[in-house]
Design a binder for this molecule. Structure first.
Ligand code: SF4
Ligand code: SF4
Length: 504
């Protein structure tokens, strides 16, 4: 057993309000620079929708991630060694700028210089790349809240095998349902970006699993951009280097949550350590499709198991990291309660950011000017398991996002969350916990005690409950590299300061 630690984030999708505060916090901190205008290391997509860059989930087009061949071997979908060489100078799988969007700013000076007239002057949009005037035809969240149009929803690739009548229902504008999907780099255990880089410039940090680009080594081949199935590596046209989410490692090293998580208004984000067995990665990434989720979750180890603790210590993890793993909220959601899944496990990169699928919104219709639940009137108690399909975004759609189209794991999770909702409603509205309520919990595979803990961590967590960071002991690695631990005082995390230069 080769025990390693991964800093992992959990997104509780029921709580995301689509405010984009996370994206803006990240943008202002990391990508507010020349060449990075179009980059959103964190973005929030309205679902159903086509996302950013457009249609990123369609790997027939983008050729990202891994596939399993007939002999059971794992292969990069992008290329073999020889195809990689052939495509070195022209890679057809690379997204074009229009698939993200052409970044723009406005000529604000027009507001001041416009001659006196009857009309209000407007600032003309200009391209941030060419400086020319342009018509804005896209943006990072162009289909935000569907922008009043079902077009984006209709083109969502996750509608595969969603029944036509359900799809038609969702296309009706008053009945359309949507939820939000925040996305960052998944800091995968089997990252396709790392495998595809011909220069060896991308690597996964040993201490916390953060995937980083060494900009000194990056030679702008951009294979990482094409190979990442989540499209979370970006090419900076100004510096000629690739860039990606760094999970705010300089903040984590000082015990602070990443900017997106810290600023999250809905408090949907949780962070903690997961321990995993690195020996099992090759085998787990290559299992048949139906076994992928179990194989990935099985690799995550119980941090309270004495055998795991002993192996973790043997691998160099200190008590602080092991204790942080034991207190990890992500471990609770993913392993103890089993209500979180990775996004698109079929990409086989073993994404290490996890999502609690959304139970809300409940579908409503407008009748006679009143908003009503889209349920038969005789069923006033809409919170019944039979109505799971009726009362929310289609299960099949969520299954296409999180469980390779298998509806069973999604149903299991939603039943559990629904049972907790019924339990809390009985407790707070009726003031009783009767046998029927306990029975509902039992049917959903949970108990009063567990329901209470899940409720508390979901609705009333303190910042210390949400973010559990281990002591990074940067002083020890500094000492190992520089000898004197005080030699780099004040330079936490960043290490060296020269800017990346094109061609270097
Ligand atoms: S999500 Fe991140 S770690 Fe995973 S393949 Fe993409 S860039 Fe690499
Ligand atoms: S800040 Fe939080 S609630 Fe707002 S969009 Fe981002 S993840 Fe959702």
């Amino acid at each position: 057993m080769d025990v390693r630690a991964q800093m992992s984030m959990l997104f509780h999708l029921d709580k995301c309000i689509g405010c984009h505060t996370c994206s803006v916090a990240c943008k202002n901190l990391w990508t507010d620079r020349k060449g990075a205008e179009y980059m959103w290391w964190n973005n929030v997509e309205t679902r159903p929708g086509t996302g950013y860059p457009t249609g990123w989930e369609d790997q027939k087009h983008y050729e990202g991630g891994w596939s399993r061949d007939e002999s059971g071997k794992l292969r990069l979908r992008l290329h073999s060694r020889s195809k990689g060489l052939a495509n070195l100078f022209f890679n057809p799988a690379l997204p074009e700028i229009d698939e993200y969007y052409e970044p723009f700013t406005f000529r604000y000076q027009d507001l001041f210089d416009a001659p006196a007239g009857d009309d209000q002057p407007t600032a003309v949009p200009i391209s941030a790349i060419t400086g020319e005037e342009m018509n804005i035809e896209g943006g990072p969240n162009w289909d935000d809240d569907l922008s009043g149009s079902p077009i984006y929803a209709a083109n969502d690739p996750n509608f595969d095998q969603v029944a036509a009548d359900v799809k038609a229902q969702m296309d009706e504008i008053e009945r359309v349902v949507f939820n939000y999907l925040p996305r960052i780099c998944n800091h995968c255990l089997n990252p396709a970006c790392v495998a595809a880089c011909p220069s060896g410039a991308i690597y996964k940090r040993a201490e916390d699993g953060v995937v980083l680009v060494n900009e000194d080594k990056c030679r702008a081949w951009r294979m990482c951009v094409a190979a990442c199935p989540y499209k979370k590596v970006y090419y900076n046209w100004s510096t000629g280097k690739s860039e990606k989410c760094i999970l705010c490692f300089p903040r984590m090293e000082t015990g602070q949550a990443p900017a997106c998580a810290h600023s999250c208004v809905g408090r949907i984000r949780y962070m903690g350590v997961l321990l995993y067995d690195a020996d099992r990665i090759p085998e787990a990434a290559a299992v048949p499709e139906g076994d992928l989720i179990d194989a990935q979750l099985d690799m995550i180890l119980d941090p309270s198991d004495p055998a795991v603790i002993a192996a973790a210590k043997a691998s160099g993890l200190d008590d602080g990291w092991i204790e942080a793993a034991q207190a990890s909220p992500v471990y609770k959601f993913v392993k103890e309660w089993g209500i979180a899944l990775p996004l698109h496990p079929e990409f086989r990169t073993m994404a290490m950011m996890f999502y609690v699928p959304p139970l809300s919104p409940v579908v409503s219709v407008i009748e006679e000017g009143l908003v009503k639940l889209d349920l038969p009137p005789e069923q006033v108690d809409f919170e019944r398991f039979e109505n799971l399909d009726k009362a929310r975004i289609p299960i099949r759609y969520l299954a296409n996002l999180f469980s390779l189209g298998d509806e069973e794991p999604i149903r299991r999770i939603l039943r559990k969350m629904l049972a907790i909702r019924i339990y809390k409603r009985r407790q707070s509205v009726d003031g009783v916990i009767d046998d029927a309520t306990v029975q509902v919990l039992a049917e959903a595979g949970t108990t009063v005690e567990e329901a209470e803990v899940i409720y508390r961590l979901t609705t009333l967590p303190t910042i210390e409950d949400r973010f559990v960071f281990p002591p990074y002991h940067r002083e020890m690695s500094q000492e190992a590299i520089y000898g004197d631990p005080l030699a780099r005082k004040g330079e936490t995390g960043l290490g060296y300061l020269q800017a990346p230069v094109r061609g270097a």
